[in-house]
Design a binder for this molecule. Sequence first.
Ligand SMILES: CC(=O)[C@@H](O)[C@H](O)COP(=O)(O)O
Ligand SMILES: NCC(=O)COP(=O)(O)O
Length: 237
Amino acid sequence: MTKLSVNINKIATLRNSRGGNYPNVVQVAKDVERFGGQGITVHPRPDERHIRYQDVRDLAPIVTTEFNIEGNPNPKFIDLVLQNKPTQVTLVPDAVDAITSNAGWDTVKHKDFLTEIISEFKNNGIRTSVFVDPVAAMIEGASKIGADRIELYTEAFADKFTISPEEAVRPYTESAMLAHSLNLGINAGHDLSLKNIAYFKEKVPYLLEVSIGHALIGESLYLGLETVISNYLKALK
Ligand SMILES: CC(=O)[C@@H](O)[C@H](O)COP(=O)(O)O
Ligand SMILES: NCC(=O)COP(=O)(O)O
């Protein structure tokens, strides 16, 4: 079964735009789970442009499905994760000023750094996932650093999907096969949407989790959050 983890960063974006506490991030997380969402994902960035560190502390005790915290493992992020012990931490090599996540890890170049961090999270009972491009060497590197899972960075798939679905998905199908052979769990995310999710799910085997936020929240402006979550769940069956 492929779990749907809803990224609620953009709920926090809307909340922050007026300086108050509406929409309420905690209430939306509870509603996402009530609507059938199988996980909550947040990506607290150093500038706290959307999800704040306090949001993580508020969410940790109330998420009843799977709680996934994504981010670049600077010391403050590491402490936040260790203090709140989510189900999963996903390591993402974001530059501080990146408008959004825009690259997977070089798991070969950063082997020693990532190995140490992953070991610390695993020793604290936190499942570890590493954000990578669908490149064999990076997936092999993820296995060598001891990650439990990889998260396939799917922007390139989404970009090419409308032009050639077959070409767009091929690297991801191949990457999933390789990851599975290396006993790595397979997650995926970034720019997945109701337009492309069913095809991705059909063509990418062993897919354990997709984390979706930007498109899902945008689609919810038209269809409503409950309907959109239901549509994703149907596509992931
Ligand atoms: C890693 C990734 O692609 C997403 O987890 C990320 O959370 C998107 O971040 P923004 O919501 O800031 O675009
Ligand atoms: N890890 C991907 C994620 O959490 C959401 O990415 P997006 O759907 O906001 O592009």
